[in-house]
Design a protein around this ligand. Sequence first.
Ligand SMILES: O=C1C[C@@](O)(C(=O)O)C[C@@H](O)[C@@H]1O
Length: 180
Amino acid sequence: MTDDAHEFRIVRRGDRDHRIAVIDGPNMSNLGARSRKVYGDVGSLDDLKAYVAGFGERLGVTVENFSSNYEGAILEYIHESAERVDAYIVNPAGLTTVGEGVRHALEETGRPVVEVHFSNIQAGAGHGRGLGGGPIASSFTHTATGLTMGMRQYSYIGALTALVAALDDGYFLGEGVAGD
Ligand SMILES: O=C1C[C@@](O)(C(=O)O)C[C@@H](O)[C@@H]1O
């Protein structure tokens, strides 16, 4: 197969350069040294950031990466970025079950928020794409716009692609419902 066989063509219904913030929470800075079984072969958090930003470029949007091991730093980033970004993708990582402050800050931006995880955090113990120890309950999902998980780094690509389609779709984000 040629490289071309692995490319896919991107056709968007809009052409606006949306700005999408991708936030990685505590422990993601250690990505290169984490469990291969759960996190796959991404070499480092910087590699992940470059991969997601590069995909954003191909989609015609701007990806703004932010990561921190400190909850307060994540809160301050959300507060100061809310005016300029169109949507958030967040891997709450170590804050997944306890991140009420971050969840609330994201909710208060009024922007779409897609939660992402490498693993399927709801999978049972022994599931190939789960965390190993069995399911955990995210405190983010109940106010998120959407969720992608269980597909390692591709969860981010799924979130980004769906968000761009949604941002291009005036009905999705507006008051109206398609068909109104
Ligand atoms: O750090 C992480 C990463 C994670 O959010 C994931 O991407 O699968 C899953 C969380 O349970 C864990 O604490």
